[in-house]
Design a protein around this ligand. Structure first.
Ligand code: AMP
Length: 190
């Protein structure tokens, strides 16, 4: 069982690289951002709850995210493993994830962290905003909030995995295929 945390700031390329990882390794994609957007589109109670946080670029409260992830893990059968994309985003989420996986006889194989400088992130997010239709991709203030939330609340999650010797940093600037090749080497070493 291969369980990977794909980590990095908004605009680092987690979604793009996740698609390639899934194709090559047959893992189950668990993107909390995608799950929230699905709930939002379907107008569920969870979607309505998450909406105000998402539209402002703030984090949805831990307990809400954790129970959504737990439902997804428990309802997925016959998986070769998960690629966690956009989760965990706080140390409390990382701790809860370990507990959830342990209950199912699993653990995290490793964290792959994509490193991209802030000016490139801003450019990429705005470029994506032209086609993604995401309000949080289009407004400078919301983009600023997302980047500072990442630095203050999410960045420390890398330490959590580094302490367990599970962190692998990869340069997220360059050709998609080259970045993917580095990611593949990291995955193959697990
Ligand atoms: P993303 O597509 O990963 O950038 O997520 C979009 C938005 O969904 C974020 O800005 C948050 O408001 C919310 N979100 C996604 N994942 C999480 C998470 N793990 N914890 C808290 N909020 C999240």
């Amino acid at each position: 069982m291969l369980n990977i945390v794909l980590f990095g700031p908004p605009g680092a390329g987690k979604g793009t690289q996740s698609e390639k990882i899934i194709e090559k390794y047959g893992l189950t994609h668990l993107s909390t951002g995608d799950l929230f957007r699905k709930h939002l589109g379907e107008g569920t109670e969870l979607g309505n709850l998450a909406k105000k946080y998402m539209n402002e670029g703030r984090l949805v409260p831990d307990e809400v995210v954790i129970s959504m992830v737990e439902d997804k893990i428990n309802s997925t059968q016959d998986s070769k493993g998960f690629i966690f994309d956009g989760f965990p985003r706080t140390t409390a989420q990382a701790e809860a994830l370990d507990v959830m996986l342990e209950k199912n006889g699993m653990g995290i194989s490793g964290m792959i962290a994509l490193d991209v400088p802030e000016d490139i992130l801003r450019e990429r997010i705005k470029e994506r905003g032209k086609t993604s239709g995401r309000v949080d991709d289009q407004d400078d203030e919301k983009i600023n909030t997302r980047i500072s939330v990442y630095l203050e609340e999410t960045f420390p999650v890398a330490d959590y995995y580094e302490k367990q010797d599970k962190l692998k940093k990869i340069n997220g600037v360059g050709k998609i295929e080259e970045i993917f090749s580095e990611i593949s080497s990291a995955i193959d070493s697990y």
